[in-house]
Write a protein that binds this ligand. Sequence first.
Ligand code: 1CP
Length: 354
Amino acid sequence: MTGAVKNIKTGKKLFLSALQGGRSNRIPFWFMRQAGRYLPEYRELRARAGGFLDMVYNPDFATEVTMQPLRRYGMDAAILFSDILVIPHALGQKLEFLHGEGPKFEPIRCEEDFKNLEYTEAILAPVYETIKSLKSQIQKEGFYDTALIGFAGAPWTVATYMVEGGSSRTFENVKKWAYCNPETFERLIELITQTTIRYLLSQIKAGVEAIQIFDSWAGVLDESEYNRWVIIPTKKITQALAQSHPDIPVIGFPKGSGFLYEVYAKKTGVTALGLDSQVPLEKADFLQDILPVQGNLDPVCLLTGGMSLKNTAEKILEKLSAKPFIFNLGHGVIKETPPEHMAVLSEIIKNWRI
Ligand code: 1CP
């Protein structure tokens, strides 16, 4: 069942229209990590595929898992099934996804460790195949008004995984490097930035209609480090994309940015701002005068369900629907979330009228 619709006035897909500052009488929505482990059909396919990367680099599997949430909930956008860590992988850094432990890299701690990294674009060829396959599958299944989002990690967030060797709580090694030896760290950031630009341009060429840049760990930096490692590299990416594709919107999601969301909105050149759940709705309303916003329901509220889900979702809709807005979570769907809660939330949003 397709739920996505067009903006009646402009004839554009609702999601793309909101990114261009348009409003309609229904709020477009999608959810970060809408494809994933909370869905039984995902878990079933994941078990058949073997490893996580086997799934990402198999266009048939990746297409199928991207489609799964659309069939259940009819979102206004599908997000390509891939991962932000394919960039270091394509640069030649050995990557493993160990069961239940998340990603593991052999860590890079100095320039010597990354000087031999080289981008092999062919590794990512299956991702572009997935995009092409999704373009036709989305049509074939009748989701005519559902847009396809491509994505990459922001250079800072990708660097945290490359340097820490996986997920981290303190970001000690990567921050130490950035503080002690910013010149060599900048070369690592530049390598990721330039590779990411090439990767995103290829995604656009293959057919994605919007881009999201995930900066999941933007929030661990102080103001001046934030400018150097978040703002500047993100701006390089948006400028490079705009040069050849000014019509492709870019959503920036600098999770945890707090007071720095405003400077991010004004200086990076992104088209829209992804808000995490800590951004107060008053502040979100203020940011909406700068750019369209996307967000920001707490994923734990979705996991919880019931009246608190209904009340919180409606509060967000009430507060943010008057200006350009896309409903989303403040971070990814948690894997224990009951699929019925996703159905309830999708209906709340679809039935909401401005
Ligand atoms: O076991 C499994 O099946 C793998 C779980 C999983 C999934 C479903 C991982 C491993 N990645 C993904 C897909 C994914 N990752 C998507 C596409 C699916 C969708 O959104 O519907 C996207 C956009 C991402 C992005 C991603 N990967 C981010 C940014 C968003 C965020 O969550 O902050 C990050 C940080 C990653 C790294 C990553 N990939 C996977 C894991 C376990 C991690 C580490 C997360 C951490 O450090 O907490």
